[in-house]
Write a new protein. Structure first.
Lengths: 170, 504
């Protein structure tokens, strides 16, 4: 997409590396499925038809073979494969949204989704968007309150809530 | 003429103030979803699905399909004005749409895109109106073997008509099947691949996967690219509408070709994205102005938009009649039907005629409402992109988390969504197609149980799939599709005594 920005940032991984990694991921999944399918049986059982492992077993087999081909295709050095897929700047930006997202989900367990979302959105605006604190606080509180009204009050869909909501009587 | 009577009945259902209001809300939401990166038709509908659980099924599906129409319309706005395709199916629209905007003809490009979207959709809805009852009646006679054959053809089409590596398609699809088989086996009651984890008893919820793969995955890609919106303001005056409409009748052949390509790609699960590229490619080859394509030719906007919208709409035909969705968004809608207690498939036409015909009538109305709305509200929708991305990105992650949680009221699903997000980003980057994965997750259980039932009937004889001409024909077509890439490669090898193809 943005070839003009490729210049900035240290290259971290090539398409080749990623392709190999994903192919190996597929092979691992394939191995897990095959092992479990063999446990529950992949043969024909009289009056019952194919055993429950048969279908996943063959699907995993097809996946494994396809992934081996993908791996084989990715292995040789090629100009296409050597191109940078991820550079440090791109990864940094992705981490800027993803790492806080993980913390946000973790925090949801303890303080509920609304409070943690307010902090998440507000903090992202301050640190990544360079917004002044008051703007970030207004926007993030606004988003959380609108969602609270929409889910808890209008549509009656309960979301995870924490001590703050409990104190408010929800 | 039964269809017309039934359709009139449908209009009676759809034409209420409440339903028109739902259409307006749905299309507004849909266009916003289509304009924003990270929210697309499939995951937008997936996130909003839980909000419809308390609604009547007909109202719920009208709201959700309207979101879908809105998303289809919305993708064009960002493509033309900002050269950022809001949706994958509007990538081809950027080829001529953005050059037109740079030449100061943004208004004509927008009107052309909206109008051709509308034409494509109406063509496909008309096709659904007359073809769906026939297909449904026909499919009533289907047994498990026939259903498996159709499902096989569905998945084989992904391989045969995919644009990327066939092996990546197979890997992605089989991953979907593997994920679908996790949990309680619905034939024997055996636990599969749960490894003692209680959370996995019910298997992976495909809605969670859709939200993660498409939503979080796209946010990650957008963040990586450091997305900055800077486009011209869109002003749409009524004279631009007239001016553009005057040019359109001359392109009737392009319209017709794109409609047919789109409907074909929508019914077989090629989906809107390949349809838009095919529509563009065919128009470029056959149009008199083909050489000007890419420099800002109105016909180059018309061709992909018509095809994409026709495909997006036609994807609902197999979903309604056979229970087999033609696109990821249709798959999510199918999930909705199941949750509302409706079994999609041929019986739906017999048991729930009000629902089916109300839905079909709402497709006509929804697209009319949509066309009027996008023509009048373009500046408003374009203004959404002036909201800084540093607000939009975390807000979308929050909304995705809410969507994933409400599927099953489980925090586990939110974690899964994050994992699927990483997977979606990687798949996007490496060109593993996502629709086969999603469709396999949705249809995996069904395909497996029809396969097992057919096997049980025939006592393990695979010949059952060729026991009659219908089933055998579909299976054979499926096999041809599945091995199509191999066949073309072989043909190229046999014919290619010249230079060796670079794929070697």
């Amino acid at each position: 997409m943005s070839t003009n920005e490729e210049a900035e940032g240290r290259p971290l991984a090539s398409y080749r590396t990623l392709d190999i990694a994903v192919a190996i991921f597929f092979l691992v999944v394939c191995a897990i499925v095959v092992v479990d399918s063999l446990r529950i049986g992949i043969s024909w059982k009289a009056n019952e038809g194919p055993q429950p492992g048969l279908f996943p077993f063959y699907m995993a087999m097809a996946m494994g073979i396809a992934s081996l081909v993908n791996l084989y295709k990715a292995l040789p050095h090629s100009d296409e494969g050597a191109e940078t897929a991820v550079n440090s700047v791109g990864l940094g930006r992705m981490a800027a949204i993803f790492v806080p997202a993980v913390i946000f989900v973790l925090a949801t367990h303890f303080i509920g989704i609304y409070v943690s979302a307010t902090i998440y959105i507000g903090a992202f605006m301050v640190f990544f968007g360079k917004f002044p604190l008051w703007k970030a606080a207004t926007v993030s509180l606004g988003i959380a309150i609108v969602n609270f009204l929409m889910f808890e009050v209008w549509f009656l869909v309960p979301l995870p809530k924490g001590p703050l909501e409990a104190a408010l009587g929800y | 003429m039964d269809e017309l009577n039934a359709l009139m009945g449908g209009f009676a259902v759809a034409l209420s103030f409440y339903h028109i209001m739902l259409m307006v809300i749905g299309i507004t939401l849909g266009v916003i979803i289509g304009v924003l990166p990270g929210l697309g038709g499939a995951n937008g509908v997936a996130i909003l699905l839980p909000l419809t659980f308390t609604m009547a099924p007909t109202s719920a599906i009208i709201l959700l399909t309207s979101i879908y129409w809105g998303a289809l319309f919305g993708g064009a706005i960002t493509s033309i004005l900002f050269n950022i395709p809001g949706e994958p199916w509007s990538v081809a629209t950027t080829f001529d749409g953005h050059p037109m905007a740079q030449n100061g003809k943004a208004d004509e490009a927008l009107v052309g895109a909206f109008t051709s979207s509308f034409v494509g959709a109406i063509f496909a809805v008309a096709l659904i109106t007359f073809l769906a009852p026939v297909v449904a009646k026909f499919a009533l006679k289907f047994g498990p073997a026939e259903f498996f054959a159709v499902q096989f053809l569905t998945f084989a089409s992904f391989i045969g008509m995919g644009r990327g590596s066939a092996f990546k398609t197979v890997a992605s699809m089989c991953l979907g099947f593997a994920l679908a088989s996790v949990g309680l086996d619905n034939v024997t009651g055996t636990l599969r691949m749960t490894f003692g984890q209680d959370e996995l008893l019910n298997g992976f919820k495909f809605l969670v996967a859709v939200i993660g793969l498409f939503g979080i995955g796209e946010i990650l890609s957008s963040m990586e690219d450091g997305l900055k919106f800077n486009g011209a303001a869109a002003k749409l005056r009524m004279d631009a509408v007239i001016r553009t409409w005057k040019q359109l009748p001359r392109m009737w052949a392009t319209f017709l070709r794109s409609c047919i390509v789109g409907c074909w790609m929508g019914i077989t699960p090629g989906g809107a994205t390949p349809a838009s590229f095919m529509g563009y490619g065919i128009a470029k080859r056959l149009s008199k102005k083909g050489n000007n394509f890419g420099k800002g030719e109105l016909e180059g906007v018309v061709a992909p938009e018509t095809a994409a919208h026709a495909a997006g709409t036609a994807a609902l035909l197999p979903m309604l009649t056979l229970g087999i969705p033609g696109s990821p968004t249709a798959a999510v809608l199918l999930g909705g039907l199941l949750i509302w207690g409706l079994q999609p498939g041929p019986l739906l036409f017999v048991e729930q005629p009000d629902f089916v015909w109300g839905l079909i009538a709402s497709m006509y109305l929804g697209n009319v409402v949509g066309l009027v709305m996008v023509l009048t509200c373009v500046p408003f929708f374009a203004a959404i992109l002036r909201v800084p991305f540093s607000i939009i990105a975390p807000a979308i992650v929050f909304i995705c988390a809410v969507g994933a949680f409400t599927v099953n009221n489980a925090m586990f699903d939110v974690w899964l969504m994050l994992a699927f997000g990483v997977l979606g980003y990687l798949f996007n980057k490496l060109r593993y197609p996502l629709p086969p994965l999603v469709l396999a997750m949705v249809l995996g259980d069904q395909a497996e149980s029809s396969f097992r039932q057919a096997m049980l009937v025939s006592q393990g004889n695979v010949g059952v799939f060729w026991s009659n001409w219908l089933c055998g024909g579909i299976m054979t077509l499926g096999l041809v599709m599945a091995f199509w890439p191999a066949l073309t490669a072989l043909k190229a090898k046999l014919a290619g005594n010249g230079p060796v193809p670079r794929a070697a």
